[in-house]
Ligand binder design. Structure first.
Ligand SMILES: Nc1ncnc2c1ncn2[C@@H]1O[C@H](COP(=O)(O)OP(=O)(O)OP(=O)(O)O)[C@@H](O)[C@H]1O
Length: 322
């Protein structure tokens, strides 16, 4: 039987959300819908407005414009109803260092009318061994898992995870990824913010790409990449490029830009990146042209574009540099 609270297909509706801090507009008309049971990612560089957007949907920040509904409840006028059905893992949850893991989970559970049993919850977050230990002795990954456990204590319909793996080592990140995927299997709707494109690609059913307070694209990871006019890249170095006279550098750049099927060429610290819609045509032109121009190519490799490339092509900046 479907419960009353499970009634709408779109668990979240954000409609034209705006947040200003003085003269600065941090979120500038953000709209999207989150479907029941999906992992929905907000991906963007630092300062894109991901946290502010999430906080308006969670009812923690009041929008200056637009509105957000969670399961049909308005996050401003029906905040209590919203709070009962969401779980929030904040970017840097300040936990009470002197309590034990079990004590803090019990304390959080006491805030709600209904809560899940604590021991299985801690077990599902791989924290059973630490249950009697103090929070201050936990590793970074364990603290993050505890923060996720606390977000789940009221058996929420929607779980918000704000940059859950920032600062974690690769193994701790993977453990958290497994946890997120398990939550999805259990039917939770998850909204996750991140500035790691690999994380977004692996975890999210759909990604809302944000930059400077706006949504710049929203689709499945595969379709975001397929949507690029050039979804393949060729990477290479020209070892003596930096030492070339300026005029020869310019000629080389001009030639690269004109290569068959190439849509753009980027110069990065690690070398050139050429985007193309036709890998074979561009590769052939590159290799034969290099010889004709007396240029040596090193570290030549090809790859399919990533979400990072989507971001670069849409904004002219990389996720990391922004
Ligand atoms: N309370 C505040 N007062 C003034 N400016 C703020 C406040 N909170 C956020 N901002 C600014 O709003 C912008 C968006 O911040 P937000 O934290 O939402 O971005 P983000 O995409 O989550 O980035 P991050 O990954 O750094 O958290 C940033 O430029 C930030 O400096």
């Amino acid at each position: 039987m479907r419960r009353e609270r499970d009634k709408v297909e779109h668990v979240i509706e954000a409609e034209g959300l705006v947040k200003r801090y003085g003269a600065f507009t941090a979120v500038n008309g953000v709209s999207f819908q989150v479907r029941r049971g999906e992992v929905f990612g907000l991906l963007g560089p630092n300062g894109a407005g991901k946290t502010t957007t999430m906080e308006m949907i969670e009812g923690l920040r009041r929008p200056d414009g637009g509105r957000a509904l969670v399961n049909g409840f308005d996050t401003v006028s029906q905040l209590e109803k919203v709070k009962a059905i969401i779980g929030v893992q904040l970017q840097s949850t300040s936990l009470f260092d002197l309590l034990t893991v079990r004590e803090i989970a019990e304390m959080y559970a006491s805030f709600y009318k209904e809560s899940v049993p604590i021991e299985p919850l801690l077990e599902s977050m791989i924290l059973t061994e630490k249950a009697s230990g103090r929070v201050k002795h936990l590793s970074g990954g364990q603290k993050q898992r505890l923060a996720v456990a606390l977000a789940l204590v009221n058996d929420p319909l929607v779980v918000f995870l704000d940059e859950p793996t920032t600062g974690l080592d690769p193994q701790a990140r993977r453990t958290l990824w497994d946890i997120v995927l398990r939550l999805k299997e259990q039917g939770k709707t998850i909204v996750l913010s991140t500035h790691y494109m690999d994380e977004a690609h692996i975890l999210c059913d759909r990604i809302c790409l944000m930059d400077q307070g706006r949504v710049i694209a929203l689709d499945t990871p595969a379709d975001l990449i397929r949507g690029l006019s050039a979804d393949k890249t060729i990477e290479f170095r020209v070892p003596d490029f930096a030492a070339m006279p300026g005029e020869r550098q310019e000629r080389t750049r001009g030639w690269l830009r004109g290569i068959d099927a190439a849509t753009s060429v980027e110069e990065r610290q690690e070398g050139f990146v050429l985007y193309t819609g036709d890998l074979q045509a561009s590769l052939t032109a590159l290799v034969s042209g290099a010889e004709a121009h007396g240029l040596q190519l090193e570290g030549l490799s090809t790859r399919t574009a990533t979400l990072e490339d989507v971001f670069i092509q849409m904004t002219g900046r990389s996720l990391r540099e922004s």
